[in-house]
Design a protein around this ligand. Sequence first.
Ligand code: SF4
Length: 555
Amino acid sequence: MKFTRRDLFVWGAGAAAGLAFTPVPWKLLDDVSIWSQNWPWIPQPARGPVEVKQSFCTLCPKGCAMKVRVAGGWPVGVAGVNTNPITGGALCPLGFGAHQLNWHPRRLRSVRHNTTDSSWTEAQAAFAKAVGEGPVVVVDGYPGRAASSVLRAFAEKHGSYQIASNPESRALRPYEQWTGVPAHELGYDLENARTILSFGAPLLDGWGTPGRFTRLWAERAAGVADPQLRLIQVEDSLSRTAARAWRWVHIPTGSESALAGGLARVLIEEHLVAARGPMPSITLTEAANAAGMNEGGFRELARAIVEKPPVLAIANDDSPEIAALNVLWGAMGARGGVVRRSKRSEAAVPERSLPSVRAVLIDASVPWDYAPRTGGEVFRFAAWDGGDSKADWLLPAPGFLEELTVMPTEATSAIETYAVATPLVKPPSEVHSAADFVGTVDATLTTAEKIIHSRCEELFRVRKGTAYGNDTTSVAKLESAQKLEELLWKGAIWTGDPPSPGGLRCELKNWPEAAGDAHRAVDWANAWSAPVLPPLATKLYRESSLREAPERRNA
Ligand code: SF4
């Protein structure tokens, strides 16, 4: 069974509401007792001192801050960090049970070559041979980490570096060509928006960092007839986000582009915006027909959208028509709009077409069901076996909090952040990361520690931002870069200054017409799935009736 982000978040919300009224907690306690007696693989934590340490969840690109309870050197419980300015203490259900994952029966513990057992020596020899024979594509699912810098440096020398981006980052891509700014330097200033027009983006189902939008929505919108934050959800089914939005606009599947074009036409014709974009070719009648509305209703919707500015449109894919709405109503670089959060990020990696690819190396951060677009021998790193792997080599990677890594800024964030996920567990000797693996072929590559060290020096040099740990400390008041590094190693997060409006020149000469891109079909919430779930979450998921089955979600 596949568990997607939406499943996890819907389940989480349902559980929070329903647990108090069901026998599930008591049944669960009973079951847990039975497991601990009967399942030999369930570890018995060592006896020893109990400590609470801070780190960050590395299971997906959200990088939520965590307090981890460690007994005798083993993590035995996880909680959110209330003082974290991004999550405010929120975690998804997967994060709450993450400490169980290292003991999961599907944890990869040996090298496999075409489903038979092999060894690291053989895998390294095969990879070195491939590197010597032709270009290698390295696929990273979580760019911006220290390991990403190592993988990228390797790929630039030996082939090509690619990012298996998620739909949240893809939704920012259309702005790249209109602003000249890479998508990973852009974010959404949700905190200052008054109206959010979401085209199927699951804002209340696991979009962005847990806690960020749900907190805003709870503070400024929940249960209020005329809220301070209006969420207008355009979607073909009554999702959780649609059900809770200020207004749900029910449209037929695939009519989002027509709706966006029609809205632009009405806004320009009725002078509801200072026109900053060209007129779309679609007529109002065509747009209204496609969206299943009458023309009067269409015009009323356009007026309601811009009634309370700032207005921000968010797509669930890389639709340029939806992105163009933000240009039209002046949300680019504006308060409550699409903002540039950083000017230091590494440049976007240009797609490089290689004549032939000898091998593909897939980092453990890439979602399990990712399929390489090119041929070549596949070296796939993963901590857990999600089943049905087509990789030639399956290579066991470090699990939960077993590896030093950096948490870069989350894709939708308006503020730049930087944190260090300190390893709290010694990895088993049979696992290695992809960054270490490429280091065996190319000894000139640097290490994660050195990358973190130089980033801290850089942050200290510019004297900007704040470190949030046990205390809140302005970087300008710190005495040295070492002090900042020390704070980050102890679980603090550095956040940059809020973006100042302006500074994002955007030019849109022609209204983008529907391109029929295959990405359009991607359902955001189904695009990221966990290869395995912790036993606690699996048990609740299967035995409670607190949530709708995935197959019925779109019914
Ligand atoms: S959203 Fe991602 S990073 Fe946050 S707790 Fe869940 S799995 Fe971990």
